[in-house]
Design a protein around this ligand. Sequence first.
Ligand SMILES: Cc1ncc(C[n+]2csc(CCOP(=O)(O)OP(=O)(O)O)c2C)c(N)n1
Ligand SMILES: [Mg+2]
Length: 348
Amino acid sequence: MAFASNKQAASGAAARRTSADEDSDKAVPELGKEQELAAFRLMLLIRRFEEKAGQLYGMGLIGGFCHLYIGQEAVVVGMQMTLKPGDQVITGYRDHGHMLACGMDPKGVMAELTGRRSGYSKGKGGSMHMFSVEKGFYGGHGIVGAMVPLGTGLAFADRYRGNDNICLTYFGDGAANQGQVYEGFNMAKLWSLPVVYIIENNQYGMGTSVARASATTNLSQRGRSFDIPGEQVDGMDVRAVKAAGEKAVKWCREGNGPIILEMLTYRYRGHSMSDPAKYRPKEEVDKVRTEHDPIEQVRARLIAKKWASEETLKKIDSEVRAVVNEAAEFATHDAEPDPSELYTDIYQ
Ligand SMILES: Cc1ncc(C[n+]2csc(CCOP(=O)(O)OP(=O)(O)O)c2C)c(N)n1
Ligand SMILES: [Mg+2]
């Protein structure tokens, strides 16, 4: 059953899907064994990393803002499978998953969260301010919607330089109501820029559901005034994300201009670490977790197809946990930045 239609029953909100969407769900292209295993490992790395970040935050070892990506892992992992070196990724503050998917070092990300000198921004940026040009990751932006003109600008640079890179620009359902988003859309279409706009519709902007905040809830259609095509995708199914991502990336790379993918997904935790999420019933979260969890879906397929045994999957989990524990160990023992760093890397 389609994720979004279930969700609608659960929350009384969210995007409405048509029977054509339901039909196309049945035809989700399968992944091969190696890809399923790779998706399982990477989604699990993001989940375990975020769980650990939540723990360290609770222990007072991470300060400032911290927005966890738990529940949304299939979006970034499926999309990353469609990229080539040189492509760019930009997103908002819910960004740890994107960094790990881009191949950034979990130690460097965790050390930035704990404010240590080996962090990606020398411990001076924290959760929302990390970048890796080497891995094609351009942040990490705290201003809602700001990544849209910035990502459009990255795509403009690609067009200007005449390379065949594309830019994935991720933003949320809340951000989709921001004015600057539409200024970006206009320029992207006008100049046929190679940008895939990925709306991560996790059903809430802070404590407000999409239905309460948005005049129209099918966000994939938000590019209509600019003639930018869009599609809704089951963002809990990594296979569906990858299939839609491949088509969109090809469209962009072939010079057809921007395209929108609305990923129907869900965040399991509150907006940030300081949000107890009292605006939604616990049953709503439980229902998504038990019926649509992106990692459990892959696990079930791997077992059903006999592509992996329970033991193999447990082993992958313990390998992933070891990577995350090592990152946490590093991030809690590394030194803090030297006070002399206060005046470096800033505009004076
Ligand atoms: C311009 C601006 N307005 C308001 C805020 C406060 N704010 C931070 S996150 C957020 C909600 C955004 O929701 P969404 O785009 O759905 O992303 P999600 O948190 O669900 O990933 C708001 C209103 C901000 N950071 N920037
Ligand atoms: Mg949201």
